[in-house]
Design a binder for this molecule. Structure first.
Ligand SMILES: NC(=O)C1=CN([C@@H]2O[C@H](COP(=O)(O)OP(=O)(O)OC[C@H]3O[C@@H](n4cnc5c(N)ncnc54)[C@H](OP(=O)(O)O)[C@@H]3O)[C@@H](O)[C@H]2O)C=CC1
Ligand SMILES: CC(=O)N[C@@H](CCC(=O)OP(=O)(O)O)C(=O)O
Length: 352
């Protein structure tokens, strides 16, 4: 027999929604072993005390976050903490040789001034931030394979950018006409108690929030600008919808060539994503539902053209906790390690 050795992996923020998704998925990943689970208020508790349904499979205590100790035990570390904390931990982990995948916004921005403005905070880890790669595999697979540090995309940017990228990359739309209307379930807000996420507040209701100022706007614009080759602004409006999981982003943009029809765009999208196993382009006239993606790492994209207005209308559905967060981070890990991009990731959703 060979010397098969699983890669030791740690998760900081294991008690959170991203953390528990990572635990669930990595438990079944054939190449890794979970050796460290970390947190703050949960430190000292058994993981199974927080998630009793996993008691048979996860027999670990959540530990305090001590970067040197974590680096000593882990080759790969996922960080699933509120914004502004990973940048205090990652530099030590990287210096000690770990690969780091951060789920927060700390390492998503190539221009740190944009981060400090929109997140209203200071940063000192400039060199570390400059080495990070934006973890959207469908666009940056080659760079992900080469890096030690991934800034995993936000959930809304994942859905929005997968819908917009082929149009921008091929110069098919006027970039500034792009409008993103997106809806998210409440798990997008994380596990901490928040009044607007109470069932009594969120149920039977649908409302926009962060209008004209949501912090995912500059993240989306950064990647759109990269694809278009010049500075791009977009209009992004998120909505909270009374369901737990899922994001539907509907993107509208004016086509440069009014002669393009739906089937042309479907052909273009299929070609663009031909090597992307986690993106599915729907058949003509089929529009994606969040339900299809829920529980899987897939992004479903539906495409339409309105000949009256000359706009492309692209709908993108993901599970915010899988393709929008933990699953995408594992997809990046697979690429960083040279493993198959689909390893350990769910292909089918929960429904029906
Ligand atoms: N939810 C989503 O859909 C998405 C979220 N993200 C991002 O991923 C990150 C994690 O999000 P999510 O899983 O929703 O968050 P949660 O609020 O569900 O969990 C946060 C985790 O952080 C831990 N934590 C908080 N403060 C500290 C601290 N000072 N030191 C150590 N641990 C701490 C908590 O641990 P403890 O219980 O021990 O306090 C908890 O495990 C965030 O940056 C979020 O913006 C990205 C994409 C999608
Ligand atoms: C419904 C809901 O509240 N969603 C979150 C998005 C979660 C996320 O992906 O945000 P990060 O950029 O911090 O990772 C929000 O709008 O803040």
């Amino acid at each position: 027999m060979g010397n098969f050795r699983r890669v030791p992996v740690g998760i900081i923020g294991a008690s959170g929604y991203g953390g528990v998704q990572l635990v669930r998925l990595l438990m079944d990943h054939p190449e890794v072993e979970l050796v460290y689970l970390g947190g703050e208020s949960s430190a000292g508790k058994q993981f199974a005390d927080i998630y009793p349904f996993l008691a048979d499979t996860v027999n670990q205590t959540i530990e305090a976050v001590e970067p040197e100790n974590i680096a000593h035990r882990c080759e790969v570390v996922f960080i699933g903490l509120p914004n502004g904390l990973a940048c205090q931990i990652a530099p030590t982990l990287l210096e000690k040789g770990c690969k780091v995948l951060d789920l927060s916004a700390d390492y998503r921005f190539s221009d740190l001034a944009t981060y400090t403005t929109w997140y209203d905070t200071e940063r000192t880890d400039l060199t570390t931030a400059a080495s990070a790669v934006y973890g959207l595999p469908e666009l940056y697979r080659d760079r992900i394979a080469e890096t030690q540090l991934i800034g995993c995309p936000g959930c809304y940017p994942t859905a929005s950018l997968l819908a917009l990228s082929p149009l921008l990359k091929q110069g098919l739309i006027v970039p500034e006409t792009a409008i993103i209307d997106a809806k998210s379930g409440t798990s997008g807000g994380g596990r901490q108690a928040k009044i607007n996420m109470l069932l009594a507040e969120a149920d039977n209701s649908l409302a926009a929030y962060g209008v004209a100022r949501h912090r995912h706007t500059p993240e989306i614009e950064q990647i759109c600008s990269d694809l278009a080759g010049h500075e791009v602004t977009v209009q992004f409006t998120p909505h909270l919808i009374p369901m737990v999981r899922g994001i539907l982003a509907t993107v509208y943009a004016t086509l440069r060539d009014p002669g393009l029809v739906r089937d042309d765009l479907i052909t273009i999208y299929r070609a663009f994503y031909r090597n992307s196993p986690w993106v599915k382009i729907c058949e003509p006239g089929v529009y994606p539902q969040t339900k299809w993606a829920c529980g899987s790492n897939l992004c479903y994209i539906g495409i339409e053209v309105d000949p009256r207005t000359g706009r492309a209308i692209v709908m993108s559905a993901i599970d915010n906790l899988i393709k929008g967060q933990a699953g995408q981070a594992i997809q990046c890990l697979n690429i960083m390690m040279g493993w198959d991009e689909t390893l350990g990731l769910p292909k089918l959703g929960f429904y029906p």
